[in-house]
Write a new protein. Structure first.
Length: 385
């Protein structure tokens, strides 16, 4: 175990939601480890990191730091039956599965999530030899664990993906990989800002660094993780391009820089003089994604925009506005770094220009009945009925 400070976990309501606080003495390596966990944010008011208080996240934290540093859970209340009771052989098997995923070059976040789900599955069926596990065991696990813990459909899909890989790693079970089915994804339409609203948010942002961040996320359609990992060397000003390296799915892509953004970029660079990353936090470290969310929220309030706006809303808006401006969906897919065209196609459902051209049947009906050559009394919806 590394010589890291003890990690203290604590449950508290923050931002009107139950959170798990992560408290520890300042340590760069431990901070970077916490940052690598999806869903962790820094709170300036609490002076600590936090993550949503769920059983899944608590187990993820315990699993992540168990071989790194001591974890104090005295201020964490857990329900009976929450703790795993794995045998030494099962622990060794899971460690080997972890290494197997690492060898497949999956991201650290995916490795941790998949190992967590398989550990839960093995623990749930600890009285049944792995060789005897069937689809019935899988169904029973989903019914008793996923439903009881109120896991999302997305989490269930991740578990099936993890199980498919586990079967490939350990093919001695009676679970047929081909029969395993993922539940259908929830198809929620993304929240989108108008172009006028985007400009209002930028205009309301007085801080130069914050303004440059918002303008770049929108004008290049960046994910928040891509922004905070963006380096100065990734900008090619002479070609008006930047390269997004190692994006989602370990893909690189080029995106164009807006002409109107270049003066803002120059002003920001010479004012703040970042050394390595496009935007830097204390001591030249990576900027916090939570900081971006916080100042974006404040800018929206100043701009009088009441809808919920996140950095990803800016990305959604970028894609939708490109589509409304007539850019081919295939180019948009490339600019966003989507692996499948189906992912990009969701923006066709929120494209405003085409939808606005469709006449509502109520308007059509009123036009027919209120034709100039119609001698009947004109019908007005707002009048007396």
């Amino acid at each position: 175990m590394n010589n890291y400070p003890t990690l203290f976990l604590e449950q508290k309501v923050h931002r009107n939601k139950k959170q798990i606080l992560l408290k520890f003495a300042y340590h760069n390596d431990l901070i970077n480890k916490v940052r690598s966990i999806k869903g962790t944010y820094w709170s300036k008011s609490l002076n600590c990191w936090y993550i949503k208080d769920t059983k899944e996240n608590l187990l993820l934290l315990l699993n992540t730091f168990k071989n790194i540093t001591a974890v104090n859970t005295d201020k964490v209340i857990t329900k009976k039956g929450f703790k795993r009771d794995l045998t030494l052989d099962e622990k060794q098997l899971l460690n080997n599965f972890y290494l197997y995923l690492k060898g497949k070059r999956y991201s650290q976040s995916t490795i941790q999530t998949y190992t967590f789900f398989i550990a839960d599955f093995v623990n749930f069926n600890t009285k049944t030899p792995l060789e005897e596990l069937t689809h019935k065991n899988v169904e029973h696990f989903i019914e008793k664990v996923f439903i009881d813990r109120n896991y999302s459909i997305s989490s269930q899909r991740q578990f099936i993906s993890a199980l498919k890989l586990f079967i490939a790693f350990y093919p001695n079970t009676n679970i047929n990989e081909l029969v395993l089915e993922r539940p259908k994804k929830s198809r929620k339409l993304p929240s989108v800002l108008s172009q006028e609203e985007v400009l209002q948010i930028i205009a309301a942002t007085q801080n130069l660094k914050h303004r440059a961040i918002i303008a770049l996320i929108y004008s290049c359609g960046l994910r928040i993780s891509e922004l905070i990992n963006l380096k100065l060397a990734d900008f090619f000003i002479d070609r008006k391009q930047l390269i997004v390296k190692n994006g989602k799915g370990r893909k690189d892509r080029y995106v164009s820089l807006a002409d109107s953004f270049l003066p803002l970029l120059s002003n920001y660079y010479y004012s703040y003089k970042p050394k390595l990353f496009f935007v830097e936090g204390l001591n030249g470290n990576k900027y916090s994604s939570e900081s971006v969310r916080q100042f974006l929220k404040k800018s929206c309030l100043k701009a009088g925009i009441t809808k919920t706006v996140t950095p990803h809303t800016l990305r959604h808006s970028y894609a939708t506005h490109l589509l409304e401006n007539g850019v081919d969906i295939r180019y948009i897919q490339s600019l966003l770094g989507h692996a499948k065209p189906e992912t990009t196609m969701i923006y066709t459902h929120v494209k405003r220009k085409d939808l606005m051209q469709i006449q509502n049947p109520l308007d059509t009906a009123l036009k027919k009945i209120n034709k100039p050559d119609n001698n009947n009394e004109k019908l007005v919806l707002s009048g007396n009925i």
